[in-house]
Design a protein. Sequence first.
Length: 291
Amino acid sequence: MSKKGIVSIVVILIALVVGSNSMYVVTEYQRAVVLQFGRLVKADVPPGLHFKLPFAEKVRKFDGRLLTADMATESFFTVENKRIMVDSFIKWQVSDVETYYKATGGDEMIAENRLSQRVADGLRNQFGRRTLHDVVSGKRDELMSEITASINVDAVKLLGIEVKDIRVKRIDFPAEASQSVFARMAADREKEAREYRSQGKEQAEVIGADADKQVSILEANAYRDAERIRGEGDAKAAAIFAGAYNKDPEFYSFVRSLNAYRQSFSGKEDLMVVDPKSDFFRYLKDPKGKN
């Protein structure tokens, strides 16, 4: 190969090397900074194809997606001086690339360690102002929201990191205290259950007494109305009988005597000892009843 061909190949290789060191690509899920001899000259490079000075400038890329950092299990004390073991995690994302690089050097592990320390301090302060019940079940969502808001202020300012969420995966008691704590919690729940049962029984008695009272009132009113209606009916019946008697007293007396005869002689073996001249036989001797 001639010297001219060799020179051409060398020139092409140099051009390729220079070209490859002059271009770089930042994807949609990445954040990047440009360093010139170790000094930050361009922060938060947008996604796309970019150019830089070959060899003089370097590009550092970071993951710009939402990341999860699992915290080591920490020991905290509540306001009642109850020791608990807390297992939690953090959802975070790079928000200020320049601050993030200056604070952590772009090292994700360093960022998570510093963030975890701040979150642990925040949890310790928050748990120290709350009861065991609030921490375990009562106000956990409120607690996490307050911690996230308070940590986020310093995290953005000092680390260039936005804390999206902090969540507690599990809360345990130390092995030596678990049995006594569980026994105390069971006793508290039993006490509450007794109070609820007592209140329920009291309310049931009040409701039962009121129901009995209402029943008595309804029965008394019904009896009163029944007696009034019965009295009105008897009065109307008496009035009807009196009216019928006044229209034809003789016929009324005849009908009553026939009914009396029918009832008196209804049995074949019935025996009556009555004076034949008694007024009872008046219509038997004379159908007109004049005798």
